[in-house]
Design a protein around this ligand. Structure first.
Ligand code: CS2
Length: 501
């Protein structure tokens, strides 16, 4: 193998199109989209669709990070450009993406307020993770979810006339001069403050587009945002109800975490240094449903699909792709595997996936869903061993994910008189995985720890309760899951679950 060039011996990626004869000029489009959750998935998905829309020159994205500023700093240092490495089984291809024009530390709430209050801004997209919507297991707004109580206090202080103080606090990084008006710290808390600024500026209606893997994610976003806005007052909640269109979407593109080798490969193959490339499979899919009162890019001309009824597409993706991902994450790690491709090659894990798919297929009857073809395509996508999609990355946030991925299939199967053992096995694999996992990343990590300390069927019941109260109250379901525990060989302790990109 050739020795790759040292990263800094090649020029840095920037918007001046002189680095490489093949680089097209990528001028910055004006900001009309604000994104919350600047991570690898946003960059491989929504940013790709925006770049490929025919009206891309009119639609720039200002993308805000979540908890840390790092991703914004790294992108800003290279004019917000980055390389998308499209990794197929046969090789890699490279494309410079320029649709993100501003990358901002999520803590810069003052900038968020200014951008959302601007009449040019028409769309807010979200990839804030399933867990960040602040909803309880029954789908209602949970004022006790992590960070939410603090934000409710911050918002009600801002509503009481301390907005200016909150803005100053945002600019100076935390606490207002009065020491009272903390700036919201959760993505939805920050967005509510910014929507209040939009209302005050008279900039008019706007669309909020959730791109997280949740069923009816537009409704979930509405509930989370209205729950937060309630701290501000009825007037803001009413304005949001009348002026914010909550668009539901189903998003799909497998995007593993970028590695040091990927960074070296880009330097070697592209001849410039890019500290933030993103790697993704060639496949991509985006289904949207809802209104865009202030316009949107022509994403559908880049392959996105706009539908009236999104539920069948959402269920197909959440159950077949994400559901089997969760089975592989827990069962695969129990069997000593590290990546999706490795786990799928294990007949025991593969059978668990196929059994679950058979159950899910019983409830995917919509026209045009073509479940057999979708399953075939998934086997090929998951089997792409050049995509090192780590099971530990998928294992995070289980309580929120299993609620969407296992519970609906389990309850639908039982309602039709069948056992639901395929979906039950996903839950059992998680329960067993918790015996071995060293570090569990989950919004309910403390509750998981307490439940995990119990034994036998009580432990199973207490863990299931964190996913969904209904299934934990059904003694037959608890017995089913308990009976399925131990189905996968426990080998070495599973690796620590890393944090989200
Ligand atoms: C995965 C998803 O981490 C997970 O939970 O199931 O991120 C999955 O890779 C994407 O939804 C693919 O579109």
């Amino acid at each position: 193998m050739n020795t790759p060039p040292a990263r800094d011996s090649v020029p840095a990626l920037n918007r001046v199109p002189v680095l490489d004869r093949n680089l097209k000029p990528l001028p910055k489009a004006p900001v009309r989209i604000v994104h919350l959750g600047l991570g690898a998935f946003h960059r491989s998905h929504q940013a790709w669709y925006t770049q490929h829309a025919p009206d891309a020159a009119e639609w720039g994205i200002a993308a805000f990070t979540g908890r840390r500023p790092d991703a914004a700093e790294a992108l800003s240092a290279q004019d917000c450009l980055y390389t998308l490495v499209e990794r197929s089984a046969g090789g890699d291809s490279f494309e410079v993406i320029g649709s993100i024009v501003e990358a901002v530390d999520g803590a810069d709430v003052a900038r968020l307020c200014r951008l959302i209050a601007a009449p040019e801004t028409a769309v807010v997209t979200l990839t804030i993770t399933e867990a960040a919507y602040g909803l309880a297991a029954d789908g209602t707004f949970d004022a006790d979810a992590p960070g939410v109580a603090d934000d409710l206090r911050a918002l009600s202080a801002a509503a009481a006339g301390e907005t200016a103080a909150a803005g100053e606090a945002a600019a100076s990084g935390g606490t207002a001069a009065s020491g009272e008006a903390r700036v919201p710290g959760t993505p939805l808390g920050r967005l509510v403050l910014a929507l209040a600024a939009r209302r005050d500026s008279g900039a008019g209606p706007i669309a909020v587009v959730s791109c997280d893997n949740l069923s009816a994610n537009g409704d979930v976003a509405r509930r989370g945002i209205l729950g937060m806005a309630s701290a501000w007052g009825q007037d803001l909640a009413e304005w949001i109800g009348a002026n914010v269109s909550f668009v539901s979407t189903s998003v799909d593109r497998i995007t593993p975490r970028t590695t040091e080798e990927d960074i070296m490969e880009v330097a070697e193959q592209c001849g410039y240094s890019d500290h933030s490339p993103v790697v993704a499979e060639p496949f991509r899919n985006w289904v949207l449903s809802g209104n865009f009162p202030a316009g949107k890019p022509r994403w559908e001309d880049a392959g996105a699909v706009v539908v009236d009824d999104i539920e069948p597409y959402e269920n197909r993706k959440l159950w077949l792709l994400n559901g089997s991902h969760s089975i592989l994450a827990y069962a695969g790690q129990l069997c000593g595997h590290v990546t999706v491709a490795e786990a799928l090659a294990d007949p025991l894990c593969r059978k668990a996936v196929e059994d679950f798919w058979d159950e899910a297929a019983n409830h995917l009857k919509g026209q045009g869903l073509d479940v057999p073809q979708y399953r075939e395509a998934l086997l090929e996508r998951f089997g792409n061993a050049r995509i090192a999609h780590r099971l530990a990355q998928i294992a995070a946030d289980a309580t929120t994910k299993l609620r969407m991925r296992a519970v609906p299939v389990l309850t639908a199967e039982r309602a039709e008189g069948r056992s639901g053992a395929g979906a039950g096995l996903m839950l059992a694999a998680w329960v067993d995985y918790l015996n071995t996992a060293r570090d569990v990343q989950d919004p309910l990590a403390a509750e998981i720890q307490a439940a995990n300390a119990l034994e036998g069927i009580e432990r199973v019941q207490a863990l299931l309760r964190l996913v969904n109260a209904g299934i934990a109250e059904d003694t037959d379901i608890v017995a089913l899951v308990h009976g399925l525990c131990g189905s996968f060989t426990v080998t070495t302790p599973a690796p620590a679950t890393p944090t989200h990109t």
